[in-house]
Write a protein that binds this ligand. Structure first.
Ligand code: ASP
Length: 353
């Protein structure tokens, strides 16, 4: 009893520090975003489309920086920014995702926490509005790392995540890309999905050329003030992919990876190459075991390994010490980044910084 009283006295008289040294801010936050890489050239983009892409990336960047600036976690920043991109129909994720060859939108996503190295991923979901939040729910509310198909959507519903009819994800522009790609490959063209709006007479407003060679996946990597990194990626995959195909985005170590011991990476490009070259993990392994800078590691994999074998694509990356990097071997990559105290940098084409 006496010891308890002494303890209480000590607690009452000990000055309360705002935060213990361990949780005091030790890092400047930073965030990098991509909205897909591919044959993105000035000549193929209307000024309106370019403006929309830059605005879309600015909005997502703002969502992430708002979280980080109020001391939020890198996981929260990644999820917040990707949800914005999933809702923006110009990006190939969530609403606006590309179509599989059977005329369905099948969505893949993953998120990884560099602090705990826990991860969650989903593949081929068709009804969940925000696949990135479902990936996080798999990580936090299930015993698993990856769920797929109808079971993944059912899990989303069971944890209260918004469900939509498949036609919610339909956009005319992506449908047009599917039809063109299937014609090119001499494959049958499926019927317009149930619930889709009637076909317009003609729609060429957005792009002057088809967008079949862009990989408009979205991804975010972030570093918070506590020094924790996180990565997330969300996508509809590749236009006219074989239905039920799974790309690199939801595969931990391929399109998405995060570890406080090395770095966090999100990729975009032809997923099959990213899977076979375990792109995200390899970049972080080069940092971890070879002591390479983040930029050199990203360039090693994207420029030296993938480019010669036509593994088109790119990555964004961030390290706990504040290094940020991007690297792509395509003519363009939608991208944005910002570090605490700095200014936002948004780019599309190769010749931009
Ligand atoms: N990497 C994605 C996939 O293969 C596509 C993309 O990046 O746009 O599914």
């Amino acid at each position: 009893m006496q010891r308890l009283l002494v303890l209480m006295l000590v607690m009452m008289t000990t000055p309360v520090f705002a935060q213990s040294p361990a949780s005091a801010p030790t890092h400047k936050w930073a965030v990098v975003i991509h909205g897909g890489a591919g044959v993105i050239e000035r000549s193929s983009m209307t000024p309106e489309a370019e403006k929309d892409y830059r605005a879309g990336m600015a909005e997502a960047l703002h969502a992430a920086t708002a979280v980080l600036d109020r001391g939020g976690s890198s996981m929260d920043a990644v999820e917040a920014a990707i949800r914005i991109l999933e809702d923006n129909p110009i990006f190939n994720a969530g609403r606006g995702a590309v179509f599989a060859a059977d005329g369905t939108n099948q969505l893949d996503a993953a998120i990884m926490d560099g602090k705990t190295m826990r991860a969650g991923a989903v593949a081929d979901v068709t009804r969940t509005r925000h696949p990135i939040s479902l990936a996080r729910a798999v990580m936090e509310k299930s015993q698993h790392v990856m769920l797929s198909g109808p079971g993944a959507d059912a899990f989303a519903a069971s944890v209260g995540l918004q469900q939509e009819p498949p036609s919610f994800f339909f956009t005319e522009r992506r449908w047009e890309s599917l039809v063109q790609e299937l014609k090119r490959e001499h494959l049958p063209i499926p019927e317009r999905p149930a619930g889709a709006p009637p076909a317009p007479a003609h729609d060429t407003a957005f792009f002057e050329t088809p967008d079949n060679h862009k990989y408009g996946t979205v991804g975010v990597v972030a570093l918070d003030r506590s020094g924790n990194v996180a990565a997330g990626t969300s996508t509809g995959g590749l236009t006219a992919k074989r239905w039920d195909r799974i790309g690199d985005s939801p595969i931990i170590g391929a399109g998405t990876y995060a570890s406080n011991q090395s770095c966090a990476v999100s990729g975009t490009g032809i997923g099959e190459y990213f899977i076979r070259y375990t792109v995200a993990r390899t970049i972080c392994a080069l940092v971890q075991y070879k002591g390479m800078t983040l930029q050199a590691a990203a360039d090693e994999v994207i420029q030296k390994q993938l480019a010669p074998i036509h593994g088109d694509g790119g990555v964004i990356a961030i390290a706990p010490d504040g290094q940020v990097a991007w690297s792509f071997n395509t003519p363009g990559m939608f991208r944005a980044r910002m570090t605490e105290g700095g200014t936002a940098q948004i780019g599309i084409y190769r010749d931009e910084p």
